[in-house]
Design a protein around this ligand. Structure first.
Ligand code: GAR
Length: 222
């Protein structure tokens, strides 16, 4: 019997890449039925590019500043993703809005991690916003990407209490610890074909479906 095919991940990151690192580590430990085929950054200085190179993963910088329109940048990204045969696009601190063109190229195959308990606090600087609002709990959310900003179907969340003396930095650090747990978990559920989207609810199936279903692990809506 042939070994189970690994899900081909492309990871898009703009910053330090600690989420990327957690996925690299779990792939290396054999904990994920997935492999990272490419890391793309829009930022030539991104720590994520260095982390990927250190792990021997192919990298490419597609600098958004070199494109006059979002769609043209996205076209270049999509062409690169298609060339490497990416099956799941993983946004890990990728600070660009995804255009419809990009979404249509990878329907229900783009996921994101966001450092708040969505639907509360979408957008930027959300750890500070949660503190200033006086929320008692924050956390992180892994979700499918749709046409809105941080609005897609939620796969998994982790809750993090907000402490009375938290700063933006201390809260962000505790949320990141949870991100590093739930993002690889969500990827593994998808790789194992256990994720089903019904309207906007995401169901995690109890056990793996028959092998035939695994060829296309993300069933279409409805
Ligand atoms: C993470 O906290 C991630 O949730 C957030 O950026 C950080 C990236 O950290 N993403 C967003 O805010 C997306 N809207 P990392 O580069 O160390 O993985």
């Amino acid at each position: 019997m042939s070994a189970k095919q690994k899900l081909r991940l492309a990871i898009l990151a703009s910053g330090s890449g600690s989420n990327l690192q957690s996925i690299i580590d779990q792939c290396q430990q054999g904990l994920l039925d997935a492999e990272i085929c490419l890391v793309i950054s829009n930022n030539p200085e991104a720590g994520a590019l260095k982390r990927a190179a250190l792990a021997g993963i192919e990298t490419i910088c597609i600098n958004h500043r070199e494109f006059d329109k979002r769609e043209k940048f996205d076209q270049a990204v999509v062409a690169t993703l298609e060339k490497v045969g990416a099956e799941l696009v993983v946004l890990a601190g990728f600070m660009r809005i995804i255009s419809t063109l990009f979404l249509q190229a990878f329907p229900q195959r783009i996921i994101n991690i966001h450092p708040s308990l969505l639907p509360s606090f979408p957008g930027l600087h959300v750890q500070l916003k949660a503190i200033e609002y006086g929320a008692k709990f924050s956390g992180c959310t892994v979700h499918f990407v749709d046409t809105g900003v941080d609005t897609g179907p939620i796969i998994v969340q982790a809750v993090v209490p907000i402490l009375h003396d938290d700063s933006e930095e201390t809260l962000a650090a505790r949320i990141l610890e949870q991100e590093h747990i739930i993002y690889p978990q969500a990827i593994q559920w998808i790789a194992a074909g256990r994720v089903k989207i019904i309207d906007r609810q995401v169901k995690i199936l109890e056990s793996e479906p028959p092998a035939a279903t695994l060829i296309n692990p993300l069933p279409s809506n409805g």
